[in-house]
Write a protein that binds this ligand. Structure first.
Ligand code: ZN
Length: 205
């Protein structure tokens, strides 16, 4: 699922300046082509630097392809004798849907019950960032976060809930209201309805 580059879990392409520049120039050339095709003038003042800015923005928004979320969790894995629910809720995220390459964004709530090991609390939002900064569908984003935590920490169970708004629905007028799409995925002890309810009650406070 993940590949590590060198020994650095935070490795990104930006560490190879010549390749970064080449990639940005190529993306910018495509963006310029799009501007022409939508009958804009890529040479008018306001648009002159737009292709390069878009290329830089896109590289940022897709940097998760070059990062290893499991390595982030394992970099701060601690042995503990705690077998109650650990919850990190309201983790903000921004991702891009793979169908329209438009943003979807919202909140991720994560719970797990440790089986001897926990990770640093700041690491869970990092994992959310890494999976979000790829082209995604909300369902896969949910299961990837769940699977990564399950594999790295081997807890008694993990549950991930994502609430998101999709610009491809709202901006294109498919669905006019600010509707929220909710997805969830879980393992282990969260298969029990009462455990899921406990988590849902805690995040709704
Ligand atoms: Zn979409």
């Amino acid at each position: 699922m993940t590949e590590s580059h060198h020994d650095n879990p935070y490795f990104t392409q930006s560490e190879d300046p010549s390749r970064v520049q080449q990639t940005e120039q190529e993306i910018a050339a495509h963006v310029r082509g799009i501007l022409e095709l939508i009958e804009e003038d890529p040479d008018r003042e306001g648009l002159q630097n737009t292709p390069v800015r878009v290329a830089k923005a896109w590289r940022f928004l897709t940097q998760g392809y070059h990062q290893d979320p499991a390595a982030v969790l394992l970099s701060a894995k601690f042995e503990v004798d705690y077998r109650h629910m650990v919850i990190v809720k309201d983790i903000g995220f921004y991702s891009m849907c793979e169908h329209h390459m438009l943003p979807f964004f919202g909140k991720v709530h994560i719970a797990y019950i440790p089986n001897g090991y926990v990770t640093g609390l700041s690491k869970l939002p990092r994992v959310v960032d890494i999976f979000s900064r790829r082209l995604q569908v909300q369902e896969r984003l949910t299961t990837q976060i769940k699977d990564c935590i399950q594999e790295a920490l081997d807890p008694l169970g993990v549950m991930v809930v994502i609430e998101a708004q999709h610009m491809c629905m709202q901006m294109r007028g498919v669905q006019k209201q600010n509707s929220i799409t909710t997805t969830s995925a879980f393992t282990g002890v969260f298969k029990k309805e009462s455990t899921r309810e406990e988590f849902m009650n805690l995040i709704q406070r």
